[in-house]
Design a protein around this ligand. Structure first.
Ligand code: ADE
Length: 249
């Protein structure tokens, strides 16, 4: 997969060199390029923002550098690993976007080319979205109902959520199956050795060797945990499991 990120803080994306994502890049599974938006400016101060028309607090990101940077992304990807004629799916992180979910991560993981545009300040001039949409699919995506200072941290989260779904990125792909949000339920609690620690014992069923009983216990734990922490998920989980809602309660 090709991934391009445009930001005024390229150093913010340095963690993408670490751990499994870093290894996937070195193994050639992910071709990731970070672009400095200021490289697409042409004034002495490398200006990327200006005051908002209509007044109001803060600054707005100017359209000219963004258009040039998106053109540079299209050219860079085409010169790199993407299939002929492909365009990226542009993801713009922002608190006003559609919610990022595991289902969206799975969808994005099927695409050959993703680009991320990190806004700062009060946002990006709206005409940039129109310019981009004439060239590629564009989705504004929110990590949750809170406000970050910019898109960079959201890109770290989204790239990690997508990259770990790519074949070969995670050694043990079975570990992807029973995770929170894969089937609409939260994960069951896990334990490791020692069997007794500070007077707290691992639940006896996990030591029983009875795989049926263990599976039933884990499923009950998932339902209880989901009911306690995320009751909003239960109806969707029931639909996914092909059950009546009543059976879940
Ligand atoms: N940028 C600022 N706030 C954000 C959020 N909640 N999600 C994604 N990007 C953001």
């Amino acid at each position: 997969m090709r991934i391009d990120v445009v930001t005024i803080f390229p150093d913010y994306l340095a963690p993408l060199d670490l751990s499994l994502i870093g290894k996937a890049r070195r193994d050639g599974l992910i071709d990731l390029a970070v672009h400095d938006l200021r490289d697409s400016t042409h004034d002495r101060h490398r200006t990327v923002d200006d005051t908002p028309y209509g007044g109001g607090a803060g600054m707005v990101m100017k359209p000219e550098p963004w258009a040039e940077a998106l053109d540079a992304v299209l050219a860079a990807g085409a010169a790199a690993s993407v299939p002929d004629g492909a365009v990226p799916h542009l993801v713009v992180p922002g608190p006003g976007g559609v919610p990022f979910t595991q289902a969206m991560a799975r969808q994005l993981a099927t695409e050959p080319w993703l680009a991320f545009a990190c806004g700062r300040y009060e946002g990006i001039d709206e005409r940039v979205y129109e310019y981009a949409a004439e060239r590629m699919p564009v989705t504004v995506v929110s990590l949750g109902d809170y406000v970050l200072n910019g898109g960079e941290v959201a890109v770290l989260a989204m790239v990690e959520a997508v990259a770990r779904l790519l074949p070969g990125v995670i050694g043990n792909e079975a570990s992807l199956v029973e995770e929170s949000h894969e089937d609409g339920l939260l994960e069951y609690p896990v334990y490791t050795k020692p069997a007794s620690w500070q007077g707290r014992d691992v639940p006896a069923v996990l030591l029983s060797g009875d795989h049926g009983a263990i599976a039933r216990w884990r499923h009950e734990q998932r339902l209880e945990r989901t009911a306690a922490r995320r009751p909003d998920l239960l109806p969707a989980a029931a639909t996914l499991a092909g059950l009546e809602e009543a059976e879940v309660r």
